[in-house]
Ligand binder design. Structure first.
Ligand code: ADP
Ligand code: MG
Length: 619
């Protein structure tokens, strides 16, 4: 298959275009490329530094700034300053409900399994849009520094990211105007940066210990024939360098007898203290004592004290490592190589502890906050076919997936996946008592199936009649080494099963593939936008339906005015569903949701108390 790239500026095809590697981090993001000396190098846009803090700020007009500039608004305008958006990517509200209090901005409280949305400056943003802002900034910086258009990228994600989190990362790339050639696991990228996995003869088991700003994860990988397999992952999505900073702040509050309640009121002063603590922490990575005067107070801490402050947190990361080892059925002695990733592994105490646990000196000579992006750049170079020493395994030229709600393409095996491969996902019914389900298989990169190539369609019959949402239907795609795709559908409760075989490459010439790829890139933005409208409509529709059923059943618990107002909100929502404006739809969905939530609680309370009354209590 020919390697195709498109110059978005001219619309023409280019043979040799740069592909960048991007580390889209929770705290910091960065972009790297392979320089003319054939070495991976992080891109430093003049004077702006290598790391771009993953922070987005919106002003009242909805204009975004990203990075250090946005970070400055964390204290002055926290409600419109979004950080740690990676934690929300591809997650539903229910996934993140427990953590809302840790974030200063507003997450829309759907209380459903719909995807999270964020409200800032009176608009609604999906984590995909917010991540796209960060990616756009990285793209701009790369273009500015390298003086060439950058349209293609490899983006990394944590090894534990699920399907929907990976899809969301791809979408963010599309929205930023990037053709995402592959999503690569962060630990895999880090290994590549150390040259591990590049030699097809090599067989190794490695541990990647990644301690960032707000997250920790450890991954155990096995490498064979140039293929990385994740054996186990473990970690904590709320543990990282930020906790170390906080520990120092607490220590200084104690030591200097500062008034905690005053500080809590004064966000600006608190933030200043936090920044000071981060400086101290970083200094203690290379020196034994930090001692600085700010105002008329001396802020000092020595390395030993710092180590005792963080030892408990560090012990938790080591426990994660132990659990990962035991999940993979391995002991520390089975690990051939330990790699350190993440800015927080610069702390010498972290290095020492990791070395102690694995009984070997970890690899740490590559900058730990660049290593993932550097590895992504190497992967990009491999995909570009620039490395004759590495054989490129067979890959699928176009994504394969099925049609879901509203005519959307749900990708199951993505483009550029190595074959043979297998992937699957679970679906359910949308209508009560539904006994058949149509499964339409498509190929292509567009978000709407009508723009893609239809490969097959069949019906799964004999699903037992159940309320909507209860059946569990597994759809599996198995693509063998000869490029034959088997699509399997199984309803898990009843065991009814149906399968079909197709040859996706049948009738597919390089020209067709080329045209499909070009179309997908030229329409990427509108596609993602259209998809967000369809998804918003789906949710709005669902809520309007639920609210109507609720009124039918429970109107005796509501007064006239409440019933009237609910009806009005439903009507407004239904009307907004006719528009193609995602923000309008979300605004009305949110309004109905906020207004009716107390009713559901009221009905529940009444139901519980009448159940109690009805119960006879034995003496
Ligand atoms: P993420 O992958 O989560 O985006 P990074 O890998 O960029 O995060 O790590 C950021 C964290 O690394 C921050 O908490 C920062 O304070 C910490 N860090 C950066 N440099 C040092 C250093 N020299 N010593 C200790 N910690 C550091
Ligand atoms: Mg990272």
């Amino acid at each position: 298959m020919a390697k195709i790239s498109i110059n978005l500026a001219t619309g023409s095809l280019q043979q040799e275009e740069l592909i960048v590697g991007i580390d889209l981090g929770t705290t910091n993001s960065l972009v790297a490329f392979i320089n003319p000396e054939k070495q991976p190098q992080a891109i430093n846009d003049t004077g702006k530094g290598l790391l771009v803090p993953s922070v987005v700020h919106f002003n009242e007009h909805g204009d975004a700034v990203v990075g250090n500039e946005a970070k400055a608004f964390l204290t002055t305008d926290p409600a419109n300053t979004i950080f740690s958006v990676k934690r929300l990517l591809g997650r539903s509200y229910q996934d993140v409900a427990d953590h809302q209090d840790l974030l200063s901005y507003k997450i829309i409280d759907d209380n459903t399994d719909a995807l999270v949305k964020i409200r800032a400056a009176n608009r609604f943003y999906t984590p995909v849009e917010l991540s796209a802002e960060i990616l756009k900034e990285l793209k701009h910086r790369a273009e500015h520094a390298l003086k060439t258009p950058v349209n293609r990228a490899v983006i990394t994600v944590p090894a534990y990211f699920n399907d929907s989190q990976r899809q969301a990362t791809r979408d963010a790339g599309k929205l930023a105007g990037l053709d995402v050639l592959r999503i690569v696991n962060e630990p895999t990228a880090a290994s590549l940066a150390y040259g591990i996995g590049l030699n097809p003869q090599e067989q190794k088991t490695i541990a990647v210990y990644d301690l960032g700003g707000g997250t920790f994860d450890v991954s155990l990988l096995s490498i064979q024939n140039g293929i990385f397999e994740v054996l186990a992952t473990n970690g904590d999505t709320f543990l990282g360098g930020d906790d170390f900073d906080r520990a120092i702040v607490d220590y200084w509050i104690e030591k200097n007898d500062l008034d905690r309640s005053v500080l809590q009121e004064d966000q600006v002063q608190m933030q200043t203290l936090r920044l000071q603590a981060e400086l101290a922490k970083k200094a203690l990575s290379t020196q034994n004592l930090y001692n600085e005067k700010a105002g008329d107070i001396w802020y000092s801490i020595d390395r030993q004290t710092f180590e005792s402050l963080i030892s408990e947190n560090l012990e938790r990361t080591l426990n994660s490592c132990r659990l990962a080892l035991s999940d993979a059925g391995l002991t520390a002695a089975d690990i051939d190589e330990v790699i350190l990733v993440g800015g927080s592994t610069r702390t010498p105490y972290v290095k020492r502890k990791v070395e102690e646990l694995f009984g070997r000196k970890p690899q740490d000579h590559i900058n730990p906050d660049e290593v993932v992006a550097l590895g992504a750049a190497i992967q990009a170079d491999v995909l570009a076919g620039n490395r004759s020493d590495i054989l490129l395994l067979d890959v699928t030229p176009l994504s394969l997936g099925i049609e879901t709600m509203g005519g959307l393409m749900d990708v199951i095996i993505s483009r550029n996946a190595k074959i043979p491969t297998k992937a699957g996902r679970q679906y359910t019914t949308s209508v009560d008592g539904q006994v058949n389900m149509k499964i339409a298989v498509f190929q292509g990169e567009r978000d709407l199936v009508q723009e893609n190539r239809k490969l097959a369609e069949f019906e799964l019959k004999g699903i037992p009649a159940m309320p909507a949402g209860l059946p569990k239907i597994d759809i599996n795609f198995i693509l063998n080494a000869d490029g034959i795709l088997t699509v399997q559908a199984i309803e898990l409760r009843s065991g009814v099963k149906q399968e079909i075989e197709v040859k996706p490459s049948y009738g597919l010439t390089d020209d067709v593939v080329e045209k499909m790829l070009i179309d997908s890139v030229t329409h990427a933005k509108e596609d993602v936008q259209q998809r967000m409208v369809i998804e918003a409509r789906g949710e709005g529709e669902q809520l309007a339906y639920t609210a109507e059923r609720f009124l039918e059943k429970n109107s005796q618990f509501l007064n006239e005015e409440e019933i009237e107002h609910t009806r009005l909100l439903i009507a407004q929502l239904r009307q907004s569903l006719q528009t193609a404006d995602k923000d309008t739809i979300l605004k009305h969905t949110d309004a109905l949701n906020e207004y009716t939530r107390p009713f559901a609680e009221r009905v529940m309370d009444i139901a519980i108390s009448s159940a109690m009354k009805g119960k006879k209590i034995d003496e």
